[in-house]
Design a protein around this ligand. Structure first.
Ligand SMILES: [Zn+2]
Length: 370
C-alpha cells in the first residue's frame, strides 16, 4: 500500500493578475516584475522539485487525474456560477469574486485542480492507496458555491467529498483545515450537515475578516459539527501541537469519521508573507503524524491531504516535504535549513504561558456536539 501523490504541470500554469501583496497595482504602487500575486506556482513546483531531488517522489505513486466533470462541479456550485466562470475564462480571464484573478483557460485548470482532489479521495476510498496527497492549484477552501475568493475558484475538497459520496458508500468525513486562513468555504458548504465535521485552525482576524469565530458551531443538523480554532498571531510549534492534542484529535475520536481530509496549507509557517504565525517544517510533520495515527485508529488509515495555501517560495517545499515524509513513512529526508533560525524565534515563556491557557479555554468552548 502506497502513498499516492496527485499533481499536474498544468496546475502550475494557472495565472492571476498583477497584485502587490493583495493591493491592486496602480497609483504609486509600481507593477511587480513577476506578477506580484502572492499565490504563485513556484511554492508548489519547488515542492515537487525538492521531492524529485531527494528521491521522495520515486517512493510515492505519482499520478495525474481527469478534470472534475460538470456533474461533479454542479454538486457544489450553481450552474450560473460555472457558466459565468467558463465564459470569462474563454474570453481571456478576469475576476469574478475577491482576489481570485485568472487568465484564459483558468476554468479548465481549476476543474483539473478539483479533479486531482477527487482522484486522491477516490484512490484512498477504493483501497488503491493507503493515503494520498493532492497538489491542487488553484486552492479551494475559501470558495463559496457562487463566490470565489482568496485565490480559490472551485471548492476542491467539498467537490471531492460530494463526488465520492455520489459514487461510493461513505459515511462521516472529518475535514481538518490547518491553512492559516479560515476555511470559510468548506465551513459554509457543510454548515448545516452532520455527515461532514469541519475543523479550522487559523490566525484570528486574518482572512476572511468576518468569519472563523469560535462561536460559529454549525446550524440545524450541523449544530456542533463545525469547530473554529482562532489562534493569536505569533502562535508557534508548541501551541499548534497543543491545539491538535487537546482539541482536534479528541474531536476526531468523538466524531469517529470514516475518512479524514486535511486542507493542508503551509502559510502558518514562520516566514510566510500572508500571516504572522511561527510554525515550522517540524510542526507540519508532527501534525501529519498525529492525524495519520488518528486515521489508523479510527478509519483504517484513510487519510487525504489536499494542498491549500502557503506563500514562501523558499520554505513551503521543506514544510511539504516533511509532511509527505510523515504521510508516507519514508526515511528520505530534506533537512530543514531554517530549523535553528525558527527554533530560537519561537514564543518566549510569557506568551507560551498565555497560549497554554488560551488553548485550554478554547477547548472548553468548542466541546463537540454542543
Ligand atoms: Zn491560507
Amino acid at each position: 500500500m502506497t502513498t499516492a501523490f496527485f499533481w499536474d504541470e498544468r496546475c502550475f500554469w494557472h495565472a492571476g493578475g498583477n497584485y502587490a501583496f493583495l493591493l491592486p497595482i496602480g497609483g504609486l504602487v509600481q507593477p511587480m516584475a513577476t506578477g506580484g500575486l502572492p499565490e504563485s506556482p513556484e511554492t508548489k513546483r519547488r515542492l515537487k522539485n525538492l521531492m524529485d531531488v531527494t528521491g521522495l517522489s520515486a517512493e510515492l505513486s505519482l499520478q495525474s487525474a481527469a478534470p472534475a466533470t460538470r456533474e461533479d462541479l454542479l454538486r457544489v456550485h450553481p450552474a450560473s456560477y460555472l457558466d459565468e466562470f467558463k465564459k470569462l475564462s474563454d474570453a481571456g480571464g478576469g475576476e469574478l469574486g475577491r482576489r481570485t484573478p485568472f487568465a484564459q483557460g483558468g476554468f479548465e485548470i481549476a476543474a483539473l485542480s478539483a479533479g486531482l482532489s477527487i482522484a486522491a479521495v477516490e484512490a484512498v476510498l477504493t483501497g488503491a492507496s493507503q493515503n494520498a496527497y493532492a497538489l491542487s492549484r488553484p486552492p479551494g477552501h475559501h470558495c463559496l458555491p457562487d463566490f470565489p475568493n482568496g485565490f480559490c475558484l472551485l471548492a476542491n475538497i467539498a467537490i471531492a467529498i460530494e463526488a465520492v459520496k455520489a459514487r461510493h458508500s461513505l459515511g462521516r468525513v472529518a475535514v481538518i483545515d490547518w491553512d492559516v486562513h479560515h476555511g470559510n468555504g468548506t465551513e459554509a458548504i457543510f454548515y448545516d450537515r452532520d455527515d461532514v465535521l469541519t475543523i479550522s485552525l487559523h490566525q484570528e482576524g486574518n482572512y476572511p475578516l468576518d468569519t472563523g469565530d469560535a462561536a460559529d458551531r454549525g446550524e440545524g443538523a450541523g449544530q456542533g459539527f463545525n469547530i473554529n480554532l482562532p489562534l493569536p498571531a505569533g502562535t508557534g510549534h508548541t501551541a499548534y501541537l497543543a491545539a491538535m492534542d487537546q482539541i482536534v484529535i479528541p474531536a476526531l475520536e468523538t466524531y469517529d469519521p470514516d475518512l479524514i481530509i486535511v486542507a493542508c496549507g503551509y502559510d502558518a509557517a514562520a516566514i510566510d508573507p500572508l500571516a504572522r504565525m511561527l510554525a515550522t517544517a517540524e510542526t507540519f510533520r508532527e501534525m501529519t503524524t498525529r492525524v495519520k495515527e488518528a486515521a489508523a485508529r479510527l478509519c483504517d488509515g484513510k487519510l487525504v491531504l489536499v494542498h491549500e495555501g502557503g506563500y514562501s517560495e523558499v520554505y513551503v517545499p521543506f514544510c511539504g516535504h516533511a509532511t509527505l515524509e510523515a504521510l508516507s513513512g519514508s526515511t528520505i529526508t530534506a533537512p530543514d535549513p531554517f530549523a535553528e533560525t525558527f527554533r530560537i524565534r519561537q514564543p518566549g515563556p510569557a506568551f507560551d504561558h498565555f497560549l497554554r491557557d488560551y488553548i485550554t479555554e478554547l477547548g472548553e468552548k468548542v466541546d463537540l456536539l454542543k
